[in-house]
Design a protein around this ligand. Sequence first.
Ligand code: CTP
Length: 404
Amino acid sequence: MTSGNREPRNIVLGVSGGIACYKAVELVRLLVRDGFTVQVIMTREALEFVTPLTFQTISGRSVATETFSLTQESEIGHINLADQADLLVIAPATANIIGKIATGIADDLLTTVIMATRAQVLIAPSMNVHMYENPILQGNISKLKGLGYHFMEPVEGYLACGYEGRGRLPEPQDIVEEIHGLVKKKDLVGERLLITAGPNREPLDPIRYIGNRSSGKMGYALARIGVRRGAEVTLISGPTSLRPPQGVRLISVLTAAEMRQAVLKEFSAATAVLMAAAVADYHPEKLLPKKIKRGRDPIQLRLKPNPDILREVGMRKNGQILIGFAAETEALVANAKKKLHEKNLDLIVANNVTEEGSGFDVDTNVATILDRKGGVHSLPLMSKEELADRIYDYLLALKNSTSS
Ligand code: CTP
């Protein structure tokens, strides 16, 4: 079994002196949350904005600041720092530090480490809009891009210097995503994944609908990890409060009928379909044109069944790997097995939604993956992103076994 989980995990984060230093603190927190080891290096100017203690507390490691401090050099020498990095990130990067890197100046710890490293380098500039637009800086960026350095564009908005324009450091969450994309093994290149996520809303009258508790987190995790591993991802999503992952093609739908239409339109172009959506099984027989008024008597709703989208795709598939999900409250394996065969799936990911850490609106899942050969793989509690990785590992293993 291949493992998408074993990926480079050591990040050296260079923080240079700009007001966006405070965002670098959040960046460290998010990276640590995602399992990265983060060694922070601060320039002298950065020390004016945030104290090393802040970064030390969040990263759990002492912060490196000076090349020639003898204690630091013996504990975390600059060549060591350069060698241990799987990825070097500079955020925020000032015009000054970009200029130094572009001209080969190594006159402090951070620039020396950058000079000495063989790891990939990601630079996230942040500065006043006029500085950013200055042709000298732009020339330096082009030169460094040509040498293989990675850059993130600053975003537009209100700048601390009082100007509006391009110069803000991207949100820490977006920098984290970029980092994941750079360190992750690209073993899904060439795959075109069609993923569904979230609940459906089946309208009853202009105000009300029937819905379910799906948050969409599993489908969005699949989409995010798919992009990180190099796949092209189309995400058909019911209404959720989640931010669409970067790099996916998002198709938003409400009802099961709309989801069905989108899936049937898209699926022939896909190499794999992952139906993580909690598709509504029924819709109100009548959509009332006016609001149902409150009354004293009970009212009855007649519900009509929705088509089973996955079953239809299972009947029509030609070469796509089809992965379904089964939300169960009892007889997990037996029910999931039945769905696997009845819907003509290649894999089914089953979870008992009543179990702690599993099910709706949580970031974790306890899943059992079943395949057509009778394999039943019970996985421990893990984050939905880790589960997405495991699902892709199974998908790749399945592809390899059928192609060999
Ligand atoms: N599914 C679908 N269309 C439906 C219902 C479900 O495509 N109308 C898909 C889901 O996205 C999921 C799989 O089928 O991948 C199983 O969904 P689940 O709700 O567990 O099962 P159902 O087939 O609806 O059966 P039941 O509700 O009786 O458990």
